[in-house]
Structures are given as C-alpha cells and as structure tokens.
Design a protein around this ligand. Structure first.
Ligand code: PMV
Length: 310
C-alpha cells in the first residue's frame, strides 16, 4: 500500500427540504468548507481507526465502517491505522457521519492506488453511511463526495443531484443550539405520524416542495430576501411536521433579530443547528457569539465554498 495516504469528506448544510426529501420531494443543500480528514498510516495487527474526538473514538460502529470500506476496496484488513481529524461538530446535523465515511473511503482508495469515480464515491459512501443511519435519503454522502457548492437533490436509485448556477455566493450563518438530537428518532416519529394520516402529511410535503423550488429560484438569482422568506416558510412547515423544538425556534428568532433575512433548523431537527441567510453574516455571527452561541460563517457558491468557525 502507498502510505501515508489522505482523504477528505465535506460536511453539509441542508438549506431547504429536510424530512420531505425522504418522501421524494426535492431539497436544497450545500457542501460546507469544513469537513473531516482521514490519514492512513502503517500499523500493526487488525486495521483500526483513531480520532481526535472522544465521541467518535468510543463509537462501536467504527470497526464496522473500517471493515466494510476495506471489503468494498478489496484491501487487506491488517497493518494499517486510520487517523481522523474533524473540523465539524458531530451530531448537530452537519453531516459528520457521511463526511467520515467519504474521507475514510478516499484515504483507503488512495492507499490502495484505486481511483474512484464521483459516482462510486457517492454509492459506496451511501452504503457506509447506512452503518450509522438506517435508511437515509443520501443527501449527506452526496454533499460529502461533491465537496463544494450548492445542489438540488432528489432521492432515487440513483438520486438526481443538480449543482446550482448561482448569481452570487450565498452568505450563511450556522448556529449550534445546545439541545442534543437524534435524526433517527425525528425520522421515525414523523413516519408514525405520516402512517396515521398520510393525506395530511403528503399535503405538507407538497407545500415544502413549493417552498424549495421558490428558494432555488431566489438563490439562483442572488435574491437573498427571497431565499430568507423561503427559510422562514420552511421552518413553519417543519413545525407543522412536528420535527422542531422551542430551543431551535428561539435560536432562529435570535438570528432574525440580529439581522438575518430568514432562519430555520437544518438536518434532522428536534435540536442541533440552525441555518440563517444574511447580507452581513459576520455581524449576525458576532451578535450570536456574544451570548455564547457557536457559529460557522460560510459563503457557499456553485463550485467553491469558503468559511470559518467561531
Ligand atoms: O441530521 P442529518 O444531517 O443527518 O440530516 C437528516 C436529513 C433528513 O432529511 C431528516 C433525513 C435524510 O435522510 O434525508
């Protein structure tokens, strides 16, 4: 094997359409400039993974991830150690599990002199992500493998991933709530409500789909006010779906009061991060950070993104 070898996977932020995307509606997402880096080096004994994050280190699913990635690439399962460094906070809805899967896959592929196509990275990344999340829509590994820019996503086999052509980069603030969350629990809870009253929920999903298309139209034209209105309307629909919580609504309201043009939960919801669009994202982040909220400011474009965490 070629050692050491590196791989990177990008985090993501869902701008519009989470949850409805599981039911076949479109979503708008962007890869984040922050991600996760894996380095494969020489080790002894069985292949293992070490990380700089205590929460990851104790996760029993990591052994399954390493074994499955080695099997996909047809590589020997011994004498390597994979060290992982994360720039993403895990468990807040920024796609750290999928970024980990894609980073490990890319690092091992590079160690084994395998060149993976984008399509293979996405397909294998999705297979690996299922170790963490059951039956995800696939939006996270799409962002992790794409690694830059904003895209429309429609689930399917294969999914439809359409990068957007934006008039200007979108200035975003991601703010972390302190409320812990579980995407799996939010998805399962919504599934039970949908089964009890599919007509009602399908109608709400259709409303989400309209908001997503309006938001995409605004984003492509650089209309930040229009995108902000789509964020707020999507947040109201997420509340109707029962996947929001007061802490997140309060944080979104604080972002709006600090100057954001719109704000909503992002990802699984019921806690985790809020995403806001703002003409002056640094000013919004400063106000939130002054009361102890951790933030990321990111400017996401069609094929490149820049940003920083505070
Ligand atoms: O919480 P995250 O970052 O895993 O995002 C979940 C997004 C959902 O639409 C709720 C589920 C999915 O698989 O798309």
């Amino acid at each position: 094997m070629n050692l050491p070898a590196h791989g990177r996977g990008a985090g993501k932020v869902i701008l519009l359409g989470e949850h409805a995307v599981v039911y076949g509606r479109p979503a708008l997402a962007a890869s984040l400039p922050l991600g996760l880096v894996a380095e494969v080096g020489a080790g002894s004994g069985a292949a293992r993974l070490e990380s700089d994050h205590a929460q990851l280190d104790t996760d029993p699913r990591l052994a399954a991830l390493v074994a499955e990635a080695l099997a996909i690439l047809d590589l020997p399962a011994r004498e390597v150690v994979i060290r992982v460094r994360s720039e993403l906070e895990p468990g807040v809805g920024l796609g750290s599990s999928a970024a980990l899967c894609v980073a490990v896959l890319r690092a091992l592929a590079s160690a084994g002199s395998r060149i993976l196509s984008r399509e293979e990275e996405f397909r294998f990344g999705r297979r690996l992500e299922a170790i963490f999340h059951g039956h995800p829509s696939g939006i996270d590994p799409a962002a992790a493998a794409l690694g830059g820019g904003c895209f429309r996503f429609l689930r399917g086999d294969p999914p439809t991933i359409a990068p957007l052509r934006l008039a200007r980069a979108l200035p975003l603030v991601v703010a972390m709530s302190t409320r812990p969350r579980s995407t799996g629990a939010a998805v399962t809870g919504l599934r039970a409500r949908w089964e009890a009253d599919p007509t009602r929920y399908e109608r709400v999903f259709d409303d989400v789909a309209s908001v997503v298309e309006e938001g995409i139209y605004a984003a492509e034209r650089g209309d930040l006010e229009g995108l902000g209105r789509a964020f707020d309307r999507n947040q109201a629909l997420l509340e109707t779906l029962g996947v929001s919580v007061p802490e997140v609504e309060e944080l979104a309201e604080r972002a709006r009061r600090a100057g954001a043009l719109g704000a909503k939960l992002t990802g699984g919801g019921a806690g985790g991060a809020v995403v806001a669009v703002a003409a002056e994202p640094d000013a919004v982040a400063r106000v939130l950070a002054a009361s102890g909220v951790r933030t990321i400011v990111a400017r996401v474009g069609a094929d490149a993104a820049e940003g920083r965490a505070a």
